[in-house]
Design a protein around this ligand. Structure first.
Ligand code: SF4
Length: 147
């Protein structure tokens, strides 16, 4: 492996950047994700940060059941995140559609559309569960994620 490849790989493993996409959630999960960044949990001190561009991200965090109107954006984001990458399903909605199951506007669950690597259960999950899920995603990323 070239030195530059090794450096990139190490820095991505130690400072993973997350791109969060709300695919039709009620915002409950999104608020809990934001709580992970507040001083009480402060995941940024571990090098974990939310990134505004999918092109610079390593981990995609998806909340919500995936609606008809968010599916195209989700597929675009997935294509834009460089390989290797990891997909985290945040909360019960992307896992099962939860309370939105059966709605004609819902196209999820998420694994019908993207390969899901980590599930963080809960409605909504607490920040400590989210951080545990991100830690699992980081471990998968270190193993090469999926291309
Ligand atoms: S899992 Fe619960 S809190 Fe999270 S988006 Fe769905 S309904 Fe809202």
């Amino acid at each position: 492996m070239r030195l530059i490849d090794s450096l990139v790989r190490t820095s991505r493993r130690r400072s993973p950047w997350l791109f969060h996409l709300n695919a039709g959630s009620c915002n409950g999960c999104d608020i809990e994700l934001v709580a992970c960044l507040t001083p009480r949990y402060d995941v940024e001190q571990l090098g974990i940060r939310l990134e505004g561009s999918p092109r610079h991200a390593d981990i995609i965090v998806v909340s919500g059941p995936v609606t008809r109107t968010t599916r195209a954006a989700l597929e675009t984001v997935y294509a834009q995140v460089p390989d290797p990458k990891v997909v985290v399903a945040l909360g019960s909605c992307p896992a099962s559609c939860n309370v939105f199951a059966g709605s004609p506007t819902v196209e999820g669950p998420l694994d019908r559309i993207l390969p899901v690597d980590v599930y963080v259960p809960g409605c909504p999950p607490r920040p400590d569960a989210i951080i545990a899920g991100i830690a699992e995603a980081i471990a998968l990323l270190a193993e090469g994620g999926h291309a």
